[in-house]
Design a protein around this ligand. Structure first.
Ligand code: NAD
Length: 453
């Protein structure tokens, strides 16, 4: 099938590459000329396991192309996926300017019948706005083009995006019941048929329910994290171990083990903005989503917890003190720094006057870019970017772990102890066991693990 993907970011590039891998003829459009040039020169703008190989293979086979040519992109695809960003607006609601610009571009050039797919995460009712934008452009040209707007939200996780796309636990498709809507549904069914060979994974529904499903999923996941973080802070007070509690409740099949990890707060491009956007949608309907407001407030507080533990231990004035920080990306296996808890921790340490040495296995380039925007020149001068985890440690009062990269899970503790000025670890992801750390001679601060023995 001839497919156009508008927006070549985490979602668009993965969607395009995976659909090409299945034999489709894919045209990827982006407004970012640098990104397109990089892709055309064999580069990959993001870190995502397995993606580079798939893009290279399909580029060589002529099944995927990258361009900034809007007219060519509209002419190419019988299905046009909109996968552009939907960042938070000033008031926290989703900023739809990129989605609507993409829709207008399609309307300006399209002929015949096309299926327009909202893959971006968009508030309930957006398909109607996309429809209106398209229709306006088509009418302005006096063209005879027809279309149907389908909602097909994406559930992939950064860091496992290719695997998630190729083996989805569900595909959600919302379409309307007009003749065009049914025609669009038939086309989507054909496109996704390879994913449904073992068993049917597609949930067909109306457009608004599909749009809502994406927000409901992310809001639920964020709620579980904030719930555990709040309990972890209480566990610290009462002398209980949140990890023991996690096992104790997760074994109940009604609760399950996933997404019950206490830590340094959730970040990334999705949970923070999607929780906010759902709250804002509710407000437009004069409804107050109390749980989600708490989820957001708890998370904002949680991002401060690691830094507060450092200050509690070493004092509010950290001038002349140096700290090692492991992990900058908002989670492992990605270079994404959007809303990363590490940014809040660095702000706290630098505000208190400390110097830091930081390392992340893949996010160093992105971290340098983002921190140059976050920090003043003076602050940036107090950050050393180290080329390995061990090279952060010399002369540091303590090691602070922010991201749960696999490479941090079994480090050489003897080397860590020798290099650090004091054998102190703040573990924002509960990677280690407090008893084992005590035995190894470390003063260990986890999240929700101040067990009274
Ligand atoms: P991104 O910022 O990585 O990529 C968006 C791309 O769209 C950019 O390359 C940008 O240059 C391009 N773009 C903007 N306007 C354009 C236009 N008019 N025409 C062509 N290209 C344009 O964003 P992302 O992380 O891929 O997210 C895209 C959407 O998918 C968002 O709505 C997000 O909430 C949703 N989503 C993201 C994830 C994730 O893990 N990142 C998962 C599920 C859903």
């Amino acid at each position: 099938m001839k497919i156009t993907i508008i927006g070549t970011g985490y979602v668009g590039l993965v969607t395009g590459a995976c659909l090409a891998e299945l034999g489709n003829d894919v045209f990827c459009l982006d407004v970012d000329q640098k990104k397109i040039d990089l892709l055309n020169n064999g580069g990959i703008p993001i870190h995502e396991p397995g993606l580079e190989e798939i893009v290279a293979r399909n580029r060589a086979a002529g099944r995927i192309q990258f361009s900034t040519d809007v007219a060519a992109s509209v002419a190419h695809g019988e299905v046009q996926f909109i996968a552009v960003g939907t960042p938070p607006d000033e008031d926290g609601s989703a900023d739809l300017q990129y989605v609507l610009a993409a829709a207008r571009n399609i309307g300006k050039h399209m002929t015949g019948f096309k299926v327009i797919v909202d893959k971006s995460t968009v508030p309930v009712g957006t398909a109607d706005r996309v429809k209106a934008a398209l229709q306006e452009e088509i009418t302005a040209r006096g063209a005879a083009a027809t279309f149907s707007v389908v909602s097909n939200p994406e559930f992939l996780k950064e860091g496992a995006a290719v695997e998630d796309f190729m083996r989805p636990d569900r595909i959600v498709i919302g379409h309307d019941s007009t003749a065009e809507g049914e025609k669009a549904a038939a086309r989507m069914k054909k496109l996704y048929a390879p994913f449904n060979r073992n068993h049917e994974r597609t949930f067909w529904m109306d457009v608004r329910s599909a749009e809502f499903t994406k927000y409901a999923a992310n809001a639920m996941l964020a709620t579980r994290i904030s719930f555990m973080n709040e309990l972890a802070n209480l566990a610290d007070q009462v002398g209980a171990d949140i990890e023991a509690v996690r096992h104790g409740i997760g074994s109940d099949p009604r609760i399950g083990h996933s997404f019950l990890y206490a830590g340094a707060g959730y970040g990334g491009s999705c949970f923070p903005k999607d929780v906010q956007a759902l709250e804002r949608t509710a407000r437009q309907y004069a409804q107050d989503l109390l749980i989600l407001r708490a989820v957001e407030a708890v998370n904002d507080k949680q991002k401060l917890v690691l830094g507060q533990k450092v200050v509690q231990r070493f004092g509010a004035d950290l001038r002349g003190k140096h700290f090692a920080v492991w992990g900058l990306a908002f989670k492992p296996n990605t270079d994404d720094m959007r809303e990363a808890p590490s940014r809040v921790l660095l702000r706290q340490l630098l505000d208190a006057g400390a110097t830091v040495a930081v390392h992340d296995p893949v996010a160093m380039t992105e971290a340098k870019r983002v921190l140059a925007l976050d920090l003043t020149a003076d602050e940036l001068a107090r950050v050393r970017f180290a080329d390995s985890p061990m090279n952060t440690l010399d002369g540091a009062e303590a090691l602070v772990i922010v991201t749960e990269w696999k490479a941090f899970r079994s480090p050489d503790f003897d080397r860590i102890k020798t290099a650090l000025k004091q054998a102190v670890i703040f573990d924002g992801r509960n990677l280690f066991e407090p008893a084992a750390m005590a035995e190894a001679g470390f003063e260990y601060h986890g999240i929700g693990r101040s067990i009274l023995t």
